[in-house]
Design a protein around this ligand. Structure first.
Ligand code: G6P
Length: 545
């Protein structure tokens, strides 16, 4: 057993997990449960009362966090200490949204002035595009931006853009290309004209196969459709920490926006990687997004553990993962604009906490990051919610809903809210056999059939959920919400003693992909790998099955 699983708090939680009253009882026994187990911070309201929680459980969860040195880890992150130890890097996405006069040092140098200078460069660029000063090769203003990137250099900007649709100012359209599948870029290029299109390549490393291939194809298309080599500087820009590679590739140095090795890809939408967002919503709104995240940072850095929203959410999810064998966690957004958020949180959390080596290299003997998945409500209610209610797996859920809609229309929003709250209630209380029988009272079924159907209608309930509310979805509330989930990830990674900021598994995939590429391109048949891989590669080379 490891130090963690032997710790008194872990042992106590293990005991408590088997001896808890049903949540129905917890609510019936304490009329103040909602007031006591909810909090409002940074324009977000968290109701965590529908969880398998007692005061004792909470105390032990916070004791576990304290023993794991969570407070110290939070401070170390904000200070720019090298907490990404396998890559020897600081983890400072928080510096990207820090106050302009903050002093955050990496290797003794304050990084905030560089961040502010980049924001100023973004501001100028966005203004030039919006106000028609940035002209294409025929002298026309830019109407379309094609943003090329993948992973952290794609999903954050795409999802945030989608979420902030009501704030688009209409100056430009933005199209995202990630997949190396040619269909992805081919379909986008059908929508744009070379003389009015700006290509933005987002790649921290400027070495990612998909992104470079898509950028090369974009450039070839540009040159084949009227643009010349001299015109490239008017139509291609990049965001990268590898300026040399980007200039070698042919991007004009003045069109390069910097990022830094202390920003992880999946934490980078706050940097110039967020340029497509700024082009859609304007720089003032982009700064609001940063301000929302900054507020959450201040809260996370200063609030005591038991009043700290990311800590509470992180510890609750860990409670189910480690003590109830919950292998997945579902995020359900009751807002169409937030429909992409589950996929973004999936990347954020699973790439961060999908680890099994501890910081010292030894293996964990407890489960770590769960599968994160989800979708928008109410759609999921007519599909996978069935399994949430009656399946054999315990799946804790986060429900997220703004109280005011950007599209107030008839009864839509009140119905949406009724579904959201109704689902959390159903998950918590379930339905007893007697209740199911009572519902069947007036049916014409025989008593035996009534009893049989009641067995199928019976639901254990006691299924945990959090509900996160905000007045309205704005750049600021979105910033706070995303930062909340970022910090929740750190909380769990700290308790599990894993590095939430590297991604060696993803990198193995990249390396093997390159090896296979060489074999696919070779003249001779492949026979050097396992029989399955040889067979698949040779089938591709033949071009038919
Ligand atoms: O921004 P890039 O260097 O092109 O990297 C794009 C992505 O590559 C890999 O998949 C990493 O695991 C991601 O974290 C990263 O965001």
């Amino acid at each position: 057993m490891t130090k963690l699983t032997q710790s008194p708090a872990w042992q106590a939680l293990s005991q408590l997990s088997g001896n808890l009253p049903h949540m129905r009882t917890l609510f019936a026994d304490n009329p103040k449960r909602f007031e006591q187990l909810s909090l409002k911070k940074c324009d977000l309201f968290l109701d965590y009362s529908k969880n398998r929680l007692t005061d004792e459980v909470l105390q032990q969860l916070f004791a576990l966090a304290k023993d794991a040195g969570l407070k110290q880890k939070i401070t170390a992150m904000f200070n720019g200490d090298i907490i990404n130890t396998t890559e020897k890097r600081a983890v400072l996405h928080t510096a990207l949204r820090a106050a302009a006069d903050a002093d955050i040092r990496v290797d003794g140098v304050n990084v905030v002035p560089e961040v502010q200078a980049t924001l100023a460069k973004m501001e100028q660029f966005v203004a030039d595009v919006h106000e028609g000063r940035w002209l294409g090769y025929t002298g026309k203003a830019i109407t379309d931006v094609v943003s090329i990137g993948i992973g952290g250099s794609f999903l954050g900007p795409k999802i945030a853009s989608e979420a902030l649709r009501p704030y688009w100012n209409g100056a430009v359209k933005c199209h995202y290309v990630a997949n190396v599948d040619a269909t992805s870029i081919a379909e986008k290029l059908k929508l744009v004209a070379p003389e009015t299109t700006l290509f933005l390549t987002s790649s921290k490393s400027f070495g990612t196969q998909e992104t470079l291939t898509n950028t090369l194809s974009a450039k070839a298309w540009f040159l084949a459709h009227g643009g010349t080599q001299q015109d490239v500087a008017k139509h291609f820009a990049a965001i990268t920490s590898n300026v040399a590679k980007a200039t070698d590739f042919g991007i004009d140095e003045t069109n390069i926006f910097p990022m830094w090795d202390w920003v992880g890809g999946r934490y980078s939408l706050w940097s110039a990687i967020g340029l497509p967002i700024a082009l859609l919503i304007g720089m003032d709104n982009f700064r609001e997004l940063l301000a929302g995240a900054r507020e959450m940072d201040q809260h996370f850095a200063t609030a005591p553990l038991n009043e700290n929203m990311p800590v509470i959410m992180g510890m609750l999810s860990l409670w189910y993962n480690n003590f109830f064998n919950a292998q997945s966690h579902v995020v359900l957004t009751y807002d169409h604009y937030l429909r992409g958020l589950p996929a973004y949180f999936q990347q954020l959390d699973m790439e961060s906490n999908g680890k099994s080596a501890k910081m010292d290299g030894s293996q964990v003997d407890y489960s770590t990051g769960p599968v994160i998945w989800g979708g928008e409500g109410t759609n999921g209610q007519h599909a996978y919610h069935q399994l949430l209610h009656q399946g054999t797996a315990l799946i804790p859920a986060d429900f997220i809903m703004p109280l005011q809609s950007h599209n107030p229309l008839g009864e839509h929003h009140i119905q949406l809210a009724s579904n959201c709250f109704g689902q959390t209630q159903a998950l918590m209380q379930g339905r007893t056999f007697d209740e199911a029988m009572a519902e069947l009272k007036d049916s014409k079924l025989s008593d035996a059939d009534k009893a049989l159907i009641a067995k199928h209608k019976e639901m254990a309930g006691n299924k945990p959920s959090n509900t996160i509310l905000m007045d309205k979805l704005t750049p600021k509330t979105l910033g706070a919400l995303i930062a909340l989930y970022e910090h929740r990830t750190l909380v769990q990674g700290t308790i599990w003693d894993i590095n939430s900021f590297d991604q060696w598994g993803v990198e193995l995939g990249k390396t093997l992909g390159n090896d296979v590429l060489a074999r696919l391109a070779a003249d001779s048949d492949c026979d050097g790998l396992d029989a399955s891989s040889n067979g698949l590669i040779n089938a591709f080379k033949k071009g038919c099955i």
